[in-house]
Unconditional design. Structure first.
Length: 312
């Protein structure tokens, strides 16, 4: 049987053992021989999976005309030049400016230190607003339930300010003010982030966002996507995110293409700025039309030149 396997055009494996249940010895076989039939099935399954992976479309690399890599380099350089070479979290305004260099849609925020300033900012925004405690990064207002939504009018802003101050102080944090944003349409909150893995280097993550983002075991990790298909695979790797994007309980599907573009733009920023050693955009609000970053935390650090492992 083994001699007739040559030229068949299909992979052939065998399970041939002696009467004692041992693999034959002293014979040269061109066909891989395994002790148990299930080993044969496992090898063929892995070969089929690899062929399927190699045969998949390669996808298209992203091309955007509104990127400003030079501005990103200047922002990173100016921060590191201020003595933050050992690593520091960017302030909210700096993080927003850095994301803007690569066209990521960030909802503008207004940082206010007084109630009067908050009331003025709310009038400037117009309509219902989101009011969040202003905490130094990497703290996140949602972690201490210091976020109020749908406030409108001077009385609501004043009462919300006092309630936020009470919640922040009850959590043992100093109250330094609040952040106001335009209230976004309903949708699904997603986390998009990055870390430096000691074995794989930079990886990106997509998972369920909001207060439980990153702790519910829903995040999927991949190398930063280089094509549109890579970005789709990263998003699809998180079943929790995919199920919500597809529209749970009969709701209309959300804008997966907008999330894919945000993931690709963020990957391009990370490629241009390797000093971003840790970041999470959380939440990213995915809606029926578009998606937007509501909050972000980025930590930068001076990156030492990597040593070459091989010399040829």
């Amino acid at each position: 049987m083994l001699s007739h396997s040559a030229g068949q055009g299909k992979p052939v494996v065998a399970c041939v053992v002696s009467a004692e249940g041992e693999l034959p010895t002293g014979r040269s076989m061109a066909v891989p021989n395994y002790r148990f039939p299930e080993y044969c099935a496992d090898v063929l399954a892995r070969a089929a999976e690899r062929r399927e992976w190699l045969s998949r479309p390669v996808g298209e690399p992203p091309r955007y005309d509104d990127l400003d890599p030079a501005a990103a380099r200047r922002l990173i350089g100016s921060h590191l030049d201020r003595g933050q070479r050992d690593g520091a979290w960017l302030a909210s305004a700096e993080a927003e400016a850095l994301l803007a260099t690569h066209g990521l849609n960030v909802v503008p925020s207004h940082q206010c230190q007084t109630i009067d300033r908050a009331i003025a900012a709310a009038e400037q925004i117009g309509g219902p607003i989101a009011l969040k405690a202003d905490l130094p990064p990497p703290a996140y207002a949602g972690e201490i339930d210091a976020v109020l939504l749908g406030l409108h009018g001077q009385a609501a802003i004043s009462a919300g300010w006092e309630e936020l101050e009470r919640r922040v102080r009850r959590a043992g944090c100093p109250f330094i003010g609040a952040v106001l944003q335009r209230l976004m349409p309903p949708g699904v909150d997603v986390l998009v982030g990055t870390v430096i893995d000691p074995e794989f280097g930079r990886v990106m993550a997509v998972g369920v966002g909001g207060p439980t983002g990153g702790i519910a075991g829903t995040a999927a990790f991949r190398l930063p996507p280089a094509t549109d298909l890579d970005a789709h695979e990263l998003i699809d790797a998180s079943e929790a995110v995919t199920s919500q994007l597809d529209g749970p309980r009969g709701l209309p599907p959300l804008d997966r293409d907008a999330l894919r573009e945000l993931v690709l733009r963020f990957a391009l920023l990370l490629r241009e700025a390797p000093e971003i050693v840790e970041a999470d955009l959380n939440p990213v609000r995915c809606m029926n039309n578009g998606c937007a970053v509501l909050n972000m935390r980025l930590r930068i650090q001076h990156v030492a030149p990597s040593e070459r492992i091989k010399t040829w």
